[in-house]
Design a binder for this molecule. Structure first.
Ligand code: PCA
Length: 327
């Protein structure tokens, strides 16, 4: 009996040690994300982490840090490039100031529906990946925001109403857009948007219903004009050295998690797009299509911005648009 108990104890100890061993050898990754914890992008980040744990047999254990809490939105790319964080999530076209090609999804009125946006992504993907490789990054999945429109604190029917308005931009392209409308841009992270509106740093911005909802902008603003100017994407990026240092099996597990999460995230975005508008309305905002005069001004500015982007990016940019238009 005593021997049997002893044997059992030995087995138990061995099992416990094996479990402890697996846990100790699990690699822990911090994943900074830029947007609100309750936003679907961040919730999908958690889904991704869970899938990675599952598909790598527990070997990679990702902790998600949403809302710019570990690194601010503007710092995430550098953190991943330099390996301060192995992996992170950010808004792709925020990086177009350094690598203009990454503004492919920020071209006004080129792809204004989810379907068109995914066709444009299919046309852009290999060029984007080549660009990212030069930046020491690999994209694991991308996920679109709903269509972009304008928030104001008053009725706006043309650029006559936008002169001198302080505008929160989220990248270079949106700053240019604002300037063309006579507005004064200042770049502010989504995480700091409520404060910027409360203190009068900004009186207007372009975004989806999603960010207006997350930041409760009805406390400061009154009108949303639907434009669907573009559907920009967030992406989850991993340090290239970390990625290349992994076994093919681990890479396959992570890529499977990424593919599934990217698809689920895009579906969630489409599912929520109108719901966000309903929430803005329920909280007292007037949500309407942009008027025809305003819209035609926006389209003229958009055409100029696309031409400018092509001039800067060159043949690779033209190849993306040609491939997209060939469909
Ligand atoms: N929300 C983000 C980017 C695009 C969007 O819809 C923001 O406003 O920062």
């Amino acid at each position: 009996m005593r021997t049997f108990t002893k044997a059992l104890n030995t087995v138990a100890t061995t099992v416990a040690l094996a479990i402890a061993g697996a846990a100790a050898s699990a690699e822990k990754w911090d994943m900074p994300m830029a947007y609100a914890a309750t936003n679907y992008h961040s919730e999908m980040g958690v889904v991704f982490a869970d899938k990675v744990r599952e598909y790598t047999g527990g070997e990679i254990d990702i902790t998600v840090h949403p809302g710019g809490s570990l690194f601010k939105g503007g710092e995430i790319k550098r953190a991943v490039q330099t390996g301060q964080a192995p992996i992170g999530e950010r808004f792709m076209s925020a990086h177009a100031n350094e690598a203009p090609l990454l503004g492919w999804d920020n071209l006004p009125f080129i792809a204004t529906t989810y379907e068109q946006n995914s066709a444009l992504w299919a046309a852009a993907k290999s060029k984007v990946n080549a660009q990212l490789s030069d930046l020491n990054l690999v994209a694991l999945y991308t996920c679109p925001w709903p269509g972009q429109g304008f928030y104001f604190n008053k009725e706006v029917s043309s650029s006559k109403d936008t002169q001198g308005v302080k505008f929160r931009s989220y990248n270079t392209a949106t700053a240019t857009f604002a300037e063309e409308l006579g507005m004064i841009p200042v770049q502010v992270e989504a995480a700091e948007l409520s404060q910027a509106l409360a203190t009068g740093v900004a009186q207007s911005f372009i975004s989806s219903g999603s960010t207006g909802y997350d930041r409760k902008v009805w406390e400061h603003l009154s009108h949303y004009y639907k434009v669907n100017a573009w559907l920009p994407r967030n992406y989850v990026i991993i340090n290239k050295g970390v990625w290349e240092g992994m076994s093919a099996d681990m890479q396959a597990g992570i890529q499977k998690a990424a593919d599934e999460t990217g698809a689920a995230c895009a579906a969630k975005s489409a599912e929520l797009a109108n719901w966000y508008f309903e929430q803005l309305e329920a909280n007292g905002m007037k949500v309407a299509d942009a008027g025809s005069e305003f819209l035609s001004e926006l389209e003229a500015i958009g055409a100029k911005m696309t031409a400018d982007w092509l001039a800067v990016v060159g043949a690779d940019g033209q190849a993306i648009l040609d491939a997209y238009n060939a469909n």
